[in-house]
Each structure stands twice: as C-alpha cells, then as structure tokens.
Write a protein that binds this ligand. Structure first.
Ligand SMILES: [Zn+2]
Length: 274
C-alpha cells in the first residue's frame, strides 16, 4: 500500500457513477485512478478528488494496471480562495494541464509536485493578507526560498508572478533553462530590461546588441522578464506569461494546444480589458 500526497490534475466521468482521476502524486508521479461511485453524494472521498485539490491518497501500486483503485483519500487543501478567483483558477488549470500532458510519464515527479503545490497555495493565499501582508511575507521568505523570490500579488485583479514563475521553473526543471541575467549575444550582464526576447531560442538581447533593429517582443514582455529577474511585481503578467508559454512550446513542441489556455485567454479579457 502506498500513502502519498497528491494534487488532482484532471477528472472525467466514467460510466454514470464513476470518475477517472489523474493525480500528480508526490511518490509515484502521475497516476490514474478509477473512483467507483465517486459521483455519489455519499462518496467517502468528498472533495478530496476534485480537480486542483491537494489530498493524501492511499492506493496499491500495480505496474500492470492502467487504472488503480483509491483506498482512502483525504483533503489537505481544497484551495477555496483560488476557486473563487476566475483568473487564478484558469492559471491553475493551465499549470495542471502542462504537467499532465508534458511531464515525463511513469517516473516520480517530486520536483514538479513541489512546484505545483507551492504555486497553488500561493494563488490560494494570494489576496488573503492584502497587498502589504503579501509583500512583507515575500521579503521574509525570499531569502530562504528561491521559488518564492519576487512573488507579489498587488491587487485582486493581478495574479502576480506566480504563474510566470511557475513557467520559468518548469523550463528549468525540464532542461530549458532561461537565463534572465545576461544578454545572449555579448554575454554582458543586463542592468536594465532586455531590448528583445526571442521565444524560439530563449535569447535575451541587450540594447547595444539589438542596435537599430526592431524589437519583436512587446515592451510589457521585456519589463516583465526584468521583473522576474529583479523580483518585483509584474504589472501586466499576461504578456510575459505568453512569452514563456511560447518559449516552452518551442522546446516541448506542443503537439496539440492546451485546452485550458482558451479558458485562460477568455478569463484574461475579463480582468485585463481596458
Ligand atoms: Zn548584448
């Protein structure tokens, strides 16, 4: 029997009464469970197997079976606040889908688990303490926790740096490190926002190297990449997030587009329209 923390990445119906649940477990990577009677109000698992919930599951491992049975599941964090914010919810769904579809299969994914868990709890805590409390907290934990550097949620309509930083960390983890500190051409350390960013190669270009050429990246993207470098708040995070998604897509070679991206783009219109 295995007991592991898990984050529910996806759930879909199977027959009239059951679910198939895809979970990122801390111990065994991505596992598919069949949850018989899961749709019933009397299901013993309650919300523990809801998408994006953190839970603790007990199951028996079987390398020959595609679907495993959950013996026990209890909620650790349902992420209630995150669910009440459409933008955070949409971002969380994209993060979950990226891991579900592009993480290596059949291997433990402890680092991915920790990254996603951290991102979800940051979004969940997002605005709870108000901007000041969050800013203070950032200063306090940035010294000891590199993942938390630069996390700042400045307003209810800002998802802060959580999603962008998650994408950056995933690039790192999957072998596509993005160097935000120096110009890719002359290798000089950047002292101001880069003058261009190429999502095909991940190259950041300094002003001197760009010369008279026209930048292809938007100024918002370039400022955002600089904010990630310096640990300050992203003002219009969606541009930087899209640039990082494009970079990731170029490396992973997304065969199909992420379904959850469409929902995120629709949601962004509600939050960021002028
Ligand atoms: Zn340069």
């Amino acid at each position: 029997m295995i007991k592991s923390r898990a984050i529910i990445l996806h759930r879909f119906p199977y027959s009239d009464s059951s679910w198939i649940v895809k979970a990122l477990t801390e111990e065994c990577g991505i596992v598919s469970f069949i949850v018989k009677g899961g749709k019933s109000k009397d299901s013993p698992f309650k919300g523990a197997l809801d998408p994006l919930a953190s839970c603790e599951v007990v199951f028996r491992e079987n390398p020959h079976a595609e679907l495993l049975f959950v013996k026990e599941a209890s909620i650790l964090n349902w992420h209630k606040n995150l669910r009440e914010n459409l933008l955070y919810l949409a971002e969380a769904q994209v993060m979950a889908e990226i891991i579900l579809r592009y993480a290596p299969q059949g291997v433990p994914l402890q680092e991915e688990f920790l990254l996603l868990e951290e991102a979800l709890s940051q979004l969940d805590e997002g605005d709870a303490g108000g901007p000041e409390a969050t800013a203070l907290e950032n200063r306090a934990d940035s010294a000891s926790n590199p993942i938390a550097v630069g996390r700042e949620v400045t307003s209810p309509t800002s998802a802060g740096n959580v999603f962008a930083r998650f994408l950056l960390n995933i690039c790192d983890l999957w072998g596509y490190h993005l160097d935000l500190t120096a110009c890719s051409c002359c290798e000089t350390a950047l002292t101001e926002p880069p003058a261009d960013f190429q999502p095909e190669t991940g190259a950041l270009i300094c002003k001197a190297c760009l010369g008279v050429s026209t930048s292809r990246a938007r100024p918002e993207t370039l400022r955002g990449l600089w904010s990630l470098r310096t640990g300050t708040s992203l003002i219009q995070p969606q541009f930087t997030e899209n640039a990082l998604l494009a970079y990731l897509r170029n490396h992973i070679g997304f065969m199909k587009d992420l379904k959850s991206l469409q929902f995120l783009n629709e949601t962004r219109k509600l939050y960021f329209s002028p």
